[in-house]
Design a protein around this ligand. Structure first.
Ligand code: S3P
Length: 186
């Protein structure tokens, strides 16, 4: 008999699902999981920026500076400001410019993933692709950035704590938020 549970019933809303949150909170893993469940396209904003620029995020930061990268992020957020049934993972700094969130909200439902500093540190251990984490004292850097960004992440009303939760469980919680927000009742 056919497997009727796969793929799961995709929502009927065309609203994008946009995952924001600090580095290492699982945006890409959860986004991919949900996109697969729904049979929708997963869009990683950082990966698209790298593709368009023809260079990596570390190279962009090194050669053009962080403000340049932030401008690219804002341009892309503006482009993604309409419902296109996408599952989007934003970069961790997307919340720093509130206009980005305004753009992304126009296109869909924004959910913030969170995790404790310890969980984040475990997940980003050994990372070499995140320029902001290439500090002599990574733990201190993560704690400082988290503290500085706290009000920005907390300004997103829908948040899911990913600490100690498997990707599938986080995906269930995010799905519930999306379905409630789009009021499809599915
Ligand atoms: C950044 C997070 C990164 C990437 C860039 C800057 C940040 O994305 O956009 O290195 O400012 O928090 P991830 O959150 O996917 O690691």
């Amino acid at each position: 008999m056919a497997d009727l549970t796969w793929p799961r019933m995709a929502p009927s809303s065309a609203a994008n699902l946009v995952l924001v949150g600090f580095m290492g909170t699982g945006k890409s893993a959860v986004g991919r999981c949900i996109a697969e469940r729904w049979g929708r396209t997963f869009l990683d904003m950082d990966a698209l920026i790298e593709e368009r620029e023809g260079r990596t995020i570390p190279a962009i930061f090194r050669d053009s500076g962080e403000p340049y990268f932030r401008r690219l992020e804002t341009q892309l957020a503006a482009e993604l400001g309409e419902p296109r049934s996408l599952v989007i993972a934003a970069g961790g700094g997307i919340v720093l410019h509130p206009v980005n969130i305004e753009h992304l909200r126009r296109g869909g439902v924004v959910v913030c993933l969170t995790a404790t500093p310890d969980a984040i540190l475990q997940r980003v251990a050994g990372d070499t692709h995140r320029p902001l984490l290439q500090a002599p004292d990574r733990e201190r850097r993560v704690r400082e950035l988290l503290e500085a960004r706290k009000p920005f992440y907390e300004s997103i009303p829908d948040r899911v704590d990913t600490t100690g939760r498997p990707v599938e469980d986080v995906a269930d919680l995010v799905e519930a938020i999306y379905r409630r927000a789009t009021a499809t009742g599915e």
